[in-house]
Design a protein around this ligand. Structure first.
Ligand SMILES: NC(=O)c1ccc[n+]([C@@H]2O[C@H](COP(=O)([O-])OP(=O)(O)OC[C@H]3O[C@@H](n4cnc5c(N)ncnc54)[C@H](OP(=O)(O)O)[C@@H]3O)[C@@H](O)[C@H]2O)c1
Length: 423
């Protein structure tokens, strides 16, 4: 892994993972996969609504915080309250500092936001500062007003749109370019340019690796986005070859004025400023989606109980799962035995109240149900109401498995277990 030393001496891994357009769950998985593949730099933003997902991926990796470089961005509608948003970002991500904090768009109260970022920098909440999509005049305006100059400017950058003038201007301040859309947002036409096929063949690399190598030799930091394990690995494997000067010049011929995939104008800035600065919103939607995933498995579990489907039980429940009925514990095979021998005979289960709780970064879910049952349990008829506690854990393939089931009788006269002899 190669690093760039920024103009404040902070070291930043050249290559990072971009998480634009990823849902919180996708960002979590892509972050975890990238960190397992060897990445140590992850880029997110308030405006991607997936920072909490990225943070979960980071925690699941178990890597020490100091080994990672976390980059995020403030959104313009929040610039006037930037100090609050910096603290909210830290809280959302469960971090005590951010490595690179960037102003996402050049509109709104960006000078006020820059001052708040400088305060956060001085307070140790941020290690480096950046600008995103700022044109030269606005970068200069920030530099002229700044106590702390930017360390990085991130802009659309790829062989069609290399931004050499901007690079030359930034060089006088030692500011690094970070290329967003480094692969042209995945445009096949870019990676299928004959020059990349020719150089890929020569170096035994893929066309994408040649494009990324071109970026690195230009001095760019790169944050290619990918949800694919193979692409994540491929995109990191670019340090064992070098393009010659004439090959860099050949690629430079692809530069086409105006060939950018994205250009914002004043009307775009108006739209950006109209977006509410409520960046936990998607996290709430993410929780709802997780809740329905878990309830789908839980509903299936109760269908299995009612139909006495022992094969289904083997599918939904972990073999080590304890099943506790009124204090009596058995393992999954014991439970199956009990069902087959009609010791547990649930005929009907009506849920009166239901709650789902998540723990351990949303990898453990507890479903708590108050139930009215028509059943025979352990030879006793059911005295309602009952409480069932189902615990599920998220598997590596993202499915949920039952890892424990606890079934207790709620006795309104003192909450004690009570059995009635079977008639
Ligand atoms: N500051 C800003 O305003 C701004 C704006 C846009 C983007 N960004 C940042 O830049 C990052 C990158 O942008 P991006 O992801 O949109 O575009 P990109 O990195 O240029 O391209 C990503 C696309 O290329 C594909 N890809 C990645 N590696 C590949 C490989 N080895 N072979 C073939 N295809 C490959 C990905 O698909 P697979 O998933 O199949 O690999 C994905 O469709 C964003 O995630 C974000 O962090 C910042």
């Amino acid at each position: 892994m190669q690093h760039i030393t920024l103009n404040n001496d902070v070291r930043m891994p050249v290559a990072g993972l971009g998480t634009f357009l990823m849902s919180p769950a996708e960002a979590e998985e892509a972050t975890l996969a990238a960190l397992r593949a060897g990445y140590r730099h992850i880029d997110t933003a308030n405006g991607y609504y997936n920072e909490a997902g990225v943070a979960r991926g980071i925690r699941r990796s178990g890597l020490p915080r100091e080994d990672l470089f976390v980059s995020t961005k403030l959104w313009p509608s929040g610039y006037g309250r930037a100090a609050k948003h910096i603290n909210a970002t830290l809280a959302r991500m469960g971090l005590s500092y951010i490595d690179m904090l960037i102003l996402h768009q050049p509109c709104g109260e960006y000078l006020a936001a820059w001052r708040a970022m400088e305060d956060a920098y001085k307070a140790g909440k941020v290690r480096a500062l950046g600008l995103s999509n700022f044109p030269t005049e606005k970068i200069q305006e920030v530099i002229d007003a700044a106590e702390i100059r930017p360390q990085l400017v991130t802009v659309e950058n790829h062989p069609y749109h290399p931004q050499d003038d901007l690079r030359a201007y930034l060089a006088q301040y030692g500011i690094v370019i970070e290329a967003w859309f480094p692969l042209g947002h995945g445009d096949a036409a870019l990676r299928e340019e004959p020059v990349f096929a020719e150089l890929a063949e020569k170096y035994g690399k893929s066309p994408v690796q040649v494009i990324l190598r071109w970026h690195i030799q230009k001095g760019n930091s790169i944050i290619p986005g990918s949800k694919s394990w193979d692409h994540l690995k491929e995109n990191l494997d670019v340090y064992d070859f070098a393009l010659a000067d004439d090959e860099m010049a050949e690629i430079a011929e692809l530069a086409t004025p105006g060939k950018a995939y994205y250009a914002a104008d004043e009307s775009a800035y108006e739209r950006y400023l109209a977006i509410p600065d409520e960046f936990d919103a998607q996290e709430a939607a993410h929780r709802e989606a997780l809740k329905s995933e878990v309830l789908e498995v839980s509903t299936r579990y109760w269908d299995i109980q009612l139909s006495h489907d022992v094969d289904g039980l083997r599918e939904v429940a972990d073999p080590r799962a304890p099943f506790v009925h009124m204090g009596i514990t058995m393992d999954r095979e014991g439970e199956i035995d009990a069902i087959e021998n009609e010791l547990i005979l649930t005929k009907r289960a009506d849920t009166k109240e239901l709650n789902v709780f998540f723990y351990e970064d949303d990898t453990v879910a507890i479903v708590l149900r108050q139930l009215e049952l028509t059943a025979l349990v352990g030879g006793s008829t059911a005295i309602n109401p009952f409480m069932a506690t189902e615990t599920y854990t998220k598997q590596t393939d993202n499915s949920w498995k039952l890892i424990s089931f606890v079934f207790t009788h709620i006795n309104p006269e003192g909450y004690q277990y009570r059995f009635l002899a079977a008639k």
